[in-house]
Design a protein around this ligand. Structure first.
Ligand SMILES: Cc1ncc(COP(=O)(O)O)c(C=O)c1O
Length: 280
């Protein structure tokens, strides 16, 4: 039976219960993080915690734990799970209160975390994506649990036989429904800049860093719809998927319809980086 963490206790999943008046349930009032665990090490732990801190302070929730307490709590879940590679989920909501929109700063947050075995995934052959209007709000840099627009967008993608929806706002690419976007155009790698219209992806930031360090380079700049459709390569990135090539966008083949050569280089560099992290 899987053990989870809820408000200071480790307990079997089936015994983990929260009130129906929890603001996460009534308002979607909370934030979350997803960490990947490779060989029992939490990958990019500090970066994820920094983003958690940013999300919490943006919604006026005081972080209930220090970084060390978070590490201990999450590592306990990792150690209790038999798998070497895991996907670690944590969520902090504003906790229980009367159903009233107004925030009471004295509310006790609800903290929930669980870890499950990382499923085998191989998307290296490339995936299909569709292009959609970005129907979300203006604070996409907060990793909010309120994910209804992304859920609907992913459903739209699934109905079209695609894996992801790439979003356009005012004629420019923002990101995927649950991923960041890179393109290769005229041999230059580009990704949209970090502002309120995208989630600052931990994978995105690492890919930008690795591209710059390797000399390939990366331009953090606006990408128009036209550039997207004319791109030689399109990649989507997330902690869970890492770096995945998009080989078809709507009805149009991307590049020559198979994963591109810049993508292959970047994936190698990313895997080498991961392997180095596991050795130290
Ligand atoms: C909207 C959105 N953008 C980007 C990402 C990728 O972020 P990360 O690389 O930190 O997993 C996610 C991940 O869930 C997401 O939901």
């Amino acid at each position: 039976m899987q053990n989870v963490f809820l408000n200071g206790e480790y307990l079997p999943l089936k015994n983990a219960k929260v009130s129906v008046l929890d603001r996460g349930f009534t308002f979607g009032d909370g934030v979350y993080e997803v960490f990947l665990v490779y060989h029992r090490n939490i990958f990019r732990f500090e970066e994820h915690l920094q983003r958690l801190n940013n999300s919490l302070s943006a919604i006026y929730i005081k972080n209930p734990y220090t970084d060390e307490q978070w590490r201990e709590l999450l590592m306990t879940l990792v150690e209790n799970n038999p798998s070497d590679n895991q996907s670690l989920y944590l969520q902090v909501t504003r906790g229980m209160s009367d159903r009233d929109h107004a925030i009471d700063l004295t509310d006790q947050p609800t903290v929930f975390a669980m870890s499950k075995a990382l499923p085998e995934r191989n998307l290296s052959g490339g995936v299909n994506a569709i292009c959609c209007d970005d129907i979300r709000w203006k604070l996409c840099d907060i990793k909010a649990i309120t994910l209804l627009p992304s859920v609907l967008l992913r459903h739209q993608a699934a109905l079209a036989g695609a894996k992801e929806a790439i979003l356009l706002k005012d004629g420019h690419v923002t990101e995927g429904a649950a991923s960041n976007v890179f393109i290769v155009a005229g041999s230059r790698v580009k990704t949209p800049p970090k502002d309120g219209s995208i989630l600052p992806g931990i994978t995105r930031d690492l890919v930008v860093e690795l591209l710059n360090d390797s000399g390939i380079g990366c331009h953090e700049t606006e990408i128009s719809k036209e550039e997207l459709f004319n791109a030689e390569e399109i990649w989507i990135t997330s902690s869970t998927w890492e770096i995945v090539p998009v080989v078809k966008l709507d009805d149009q083949v991307v590049g020559n319809g198979s994963p591109g050569k810049v993508w292959k280089r970047v994936v190698d560099i990313y895997q080498q980086f991961k392997n180095r992290q596991q050795i130290v």
